[in-house]
Design a protein around this ligand. Structure first.
Ligand code: HEC
Length: 379
């Protein structure tokens, strides 16, 4: 899937994602869900997906997905930078998938439909949710129950069934079908922690689950070490009193990630990063009046994404860092955001064949650099 270019020039920062959910997302989410609950289970079965008898239905579902994706994109434009980026990513991909199917690329469509769940998860992971059901009647849990655990966890997360997702991840962590290393490599520990900490604001539950996971026979010494650090962080943060402002709290948490006596690398500090990002998302629910505070919150979110973000191709780092620069271009934080953005993109586009920052990306970097009103760096 190609990386979605960002277009945030008219970024208005007045509305939070929560307000968005209350006002307009319900209808689109109902439609997106309607499309996906047909497409996803079907996409897990190659024969069914390529069955000509399903063609019309698939086409209709993809059309619905593309249409509601575009509407979501419209709404999303007024939201905070990460949300806005992901609603655009969903819309672009939904349109792309539809075109590919129409052009006859059935297997590719099948694969891309499954991949789209990453975007659903990325967006749902941003917001705290008590699992209030907006669309109770659409809750068809049987589809989920028939799936293998790993699919069930992912699809439940993607379709906002957080309790089922949590239970599935917990069952997965206890499963003998996978080694502890595989579970770790496939990112299930990270997904699970993110869901507990950011969406559920629950630190006790993952502490208990990790403790249980650590009783398995097979975690490597390195993984055990990581588990120990994560459990200690979870317990510590559970006891901690929140600071007077969520921004102050995020700053303090991030400062602690720099403590080299506790954390050797960024993954060791994952729990701290997730807790800090949860605080920042809370902070952005009511965007601050001071542009420098807004810029800082975006900068810190972007920095966290560059440290513990899951994939370059769906990274919100660029959106956050760009938003930081635009929020307060003359503030020193804008320069820090610019430097990090440049470093992130250059690293992302650097492969075995060298560095290939696409010209449009370079042009955008230059424009952002100009905004900060500093002399061009000599390269
Ligand atoms: C840009 C952000 C964003 C993206 C992308 C996104 N969602 Fe959502 N979704 C939301 C928000 C916001 C809510 C409501 C949150 C709340 O109230 O807790 C929601 C709620 C839902 C719900 C309602 C759950 C219920 O029981 O009421 C479903 C289902 C859902 N999304 C499915 C999907 C699927 C499937 C995808 C991917 C194809 C997706 N969403 C992609 C933001 C997003």
């Amino acid at each position: 899937m190609k990386r979605v270019a960002l277009l945030l020039p008219a970024l208005a920062l007045g509305l939070s994602a929560v307000a968005f959910a209350e006002r307009g997302a319900k209808q689109q989410m109902a439609e997106i869900f309607e499309a996906m609950r047909f497409l996803l289970p079907l996409s897990l079965d190659e024969q069914q997906f390529s069955d000509p008898a399903q063609r019309d239905k698939i086409e209709q579902a993809l059309a619905l997905l593309a249409r509601s994706g575009s509407l979501l994109e419209e709404h999303g434009r007024r939201e905070e930078a990460g949300f806005s980026y992901l609603s655009r990513a969903l819309a672009v991909d939904a349109r792309d998938i539809r075109r590919r199917f129409e052009a006859g690329y059935v297997q590719e469509t099948q694969f891309l439909v499954q991949q789209l769940t990453d975007t659903c998860i990325a967006c749902h992971s941003l917001l705290p949710s008590k699992n209030a059901r907006l669309i109770p009647r659409l809750a068809r849990e049987e589809t989920l129950e028939r799936l293998p655990l790993e699919q069930r966890a992912k699809l439940a997360y993607a379709t906002h069934r957080f309790e089922i997702a949590l239970e599935s991840y917990e069952a997965l962590l206890a499963s003998e079908h996978f080694s502890a290393t595989d579970l770790d490599m496939m990112g299930y520990l990270d997904d699970y922690l993110e869901l507990c900490i950011r969406v559920r604001g629950d630190l006790e539950r993952p502490a208990a689950a990790l403790e249980k996971f650590a009783t398995r026979r097979d975690p490597s010494p390195a993984l055990r070490d990581e588990l120990t650090r994560w459990m200690a962080s979870l317990r510590e943060l559970a006891r901690r009193k929140p600071a007077r402002s969520a921004l102050v709290e995020a700053r303090a948490l991030l400062e602690q990630t720099q403590d080299a006596s506790r954390f050797q690398d960024e993954r060791d500090a994952l729990v701290y990063y997730l807790q800090a990002s949860a605080a920042l998302h809370r902070f952005l629910v009511r965007p601050p009046k001071a542009p420098a505070d807004l810029a800082e919150a975006y900068y810190l979110l972007g920095m966290i994404e560059t440290q513990v973000g899951k994939s370059f191709w769906l990274s919100q780092a660029e959106a956050y860092l760009e938003a930081a620069i635009r929020a307060a271009p003359r503030d020193p934080v804008a320069l820090r955001a610019y430097d990090l953005l440049e470093e992130f993109l250059v690293a992302g586009y650097t492969g075995s064949a060298g560095t290939h920052v696409p010209p449009d990306i370079q042009a955008r970097l230059d424009a952002l650099r100009a905004l900060t009103d500093e002399p061009q760096p000599t390269l």
